[in-house]
Each structure stands twice: as C-alpha cells, then as structure tokens.
Design a protein around this ligand. Sequence first.
Ligand SMILES: C[S@@+](CC[C@H](N)C(=O)[O-])C[C@H]1O[C@@H](n2cnc3c(N)ncnc32)[C@H](O)[C@@H]1O
Length: 288
Amino acid sequence: MVRHGVANVMLNHQYELLDFGRNEKLECIGGVVVRRETPSAPGGKTASLVWEQSQLRGRVVGEKYIWDGTAPADWRFDAGDFELQLKATPSGQVGVFPEQSANWDWIKQCPTDLAGLKAINLFGYTGATTLSLAKRGAQVVHVDAAKSVVSWARANALSSGLADSPIRWMVEDALTFVRRELKRGNRYDIIVADPPSFGRGPKGERWKLQRDLIHLIESLSALSQGRCKMVLLSCHTPGIDHGQLRREVENQFQFESGTGSSFALELCTRDNKSLPSGNCFRWVADKS
Ligand SMILES: C[S@@+](CC[C@H](N)C(=O)[O-])C[C@H]1O[C@@H](n2cnc3c(N)ncnc32)[C@H](O)[C@@H]1O
C-alpha cells in the first residue's frame, strides 16, 4: 500500500521523530532536540535515555504552556525550497508542522504548471504551504487570524528569497474572508486549507470545525467553480477521518478530469512507530 502521508524529512536532517508516548513527543527539529507534551501522542515510550537529553522541554503547567531550556537565537528549519524561522511559542508550537512536508513535496512535484495561477491558503500559519506554492510561481493569498503569525510568515518569505513573490498577507477570519471574496467576484484556481478544531478570527469570530467545515467547503467550491486546478485540505480533528473529508469535498466540488486521494498524515520514527498526525484530501487537475 502506498503511504502518501508519511513525512520523511529525515533525509535533509531537519526533522526526526525520535520517540513518542505518554502524551509526549521527542523530536529533533532543525538540529534541536525538543521534548514536548502533546495530547495526541498515545502509547509507551521506547528510547528512555534520549528523553533526558532534550535541549528544550515544553509542558503544560496549570493553564499555561511552559518551555524549559533555551532555543538557539537563529533556529531554522531548512525545507530545501524555503526556510522557516523557529521559536518556542506559548501555544506549544515551534513554527513548523513537519507532517505537512508530504504536501510540500506533492506541490513541488505536481506536473501541472502552477505559474500565474491564483491560490488561497487558509489558516496558513507561518507560511510553509504558501511558500511551496510561491516557489512554483503561483500568486498566493495567505490568510490567518493571528497578526503575529502572518508577520512571521512574511519574515519566512523574506529569508527564503521569496520577498518579491506575488503573495498577499491577510490577517482575517478565514470563513468571513472567503465569503467576502465570493461577493467581490474574486475566484481561485488553487484551494488550500488546514483548519484547526477550534479557532478565533481577529474580531473574535468563532471557528468550530465540526460545525463550520461543511460551510467552508461549500464556499470554497463556489470560489473555484469552473477553474479549479488543485485542492489540498487537511485537518487534525479527532472523529474526522480522511474518507469523510474526501466525501465532503467531492459532494460539493464538481471536479473535472484529475486525480484525487485521501490519506492519514503520519510521522514515523526510524523503527517505524507511527504517530497519527491528521488527515488529508488532495486533488489535482490533469495536465492540460
Ligand atoms: C494548524 S495551524 C495551520 C498550520 C499550517 N497549515 C502549516 O502547515 O504551517 C492553524 C492556524 O489557524 C489559524 N486560525 C485559527 N482560527 C482562525 C480563523 N478563524 N481564521 C483564520 N485563521 C485562523 C491559527 O492562527 C493558526 O495559525
């Protein structure tokens, strides 16, 4: 069976899942060994020794996420075509979701010419997928609710040599922005979204995936009607598997000739212990 969603960025020594279990992950990210608490890491640990050698440790204390240790001032993740600046943040994240690397590779290798196509990337965070698309020549509208992460994504574009790429950086609520684009008559060829389970827009708009995903997919299908070339939708919400994601998208989008696939995203240790890391649906139009 082809395992589309297995992140294998170990090759360029930028990421390795060393071990996980008892709701903690041990990772080597951009050369730094990070131990962090995460509710999505079940099972037992195997590599007892290295757990004590982490440079950074993230854990939940009361209602706060606390980091012990110091990250290097110039901590970076080199994705090959672009780079991401990393830092330990109060959300427990560090600026990269390595499980998405399977999708950056897919964009990089996609046979369709993306140059000049209009792309929208919703919930874009620090910009990895935006930069993958920009590298292929797409014009990208990057949308995220958090001003600080949009600034961070912009800085990543700059340090990746993509400062002059046609990227628009929007601090907006994703669903509100999509509906406004529809009203304005703006349309897109490439649709990308990686929504969280819960979120808030800049004006406090509530995002709840279980309630809102269907409305988002409906609006995105209208936004790309008649010109859709690529769709990439992922989520990390328990209870939504990739088959369901695929059904929801295929019910709304009128896809013409192209190839679609859905699969679980995974991170794997060297000894092939797999950590489920979300679900994904992607579709690309046949080369015209
Ligand atoms: C899971 S992260 C996305 C990860 C990203 N796709 C990547 O691979 O780097 C979720 C992002 O959604 C943003 N977000 C949460 N609620 C939002 C909303 N209502 N509208 C827009 N963005 C939102 C958060 O600020 C966060 O950056």
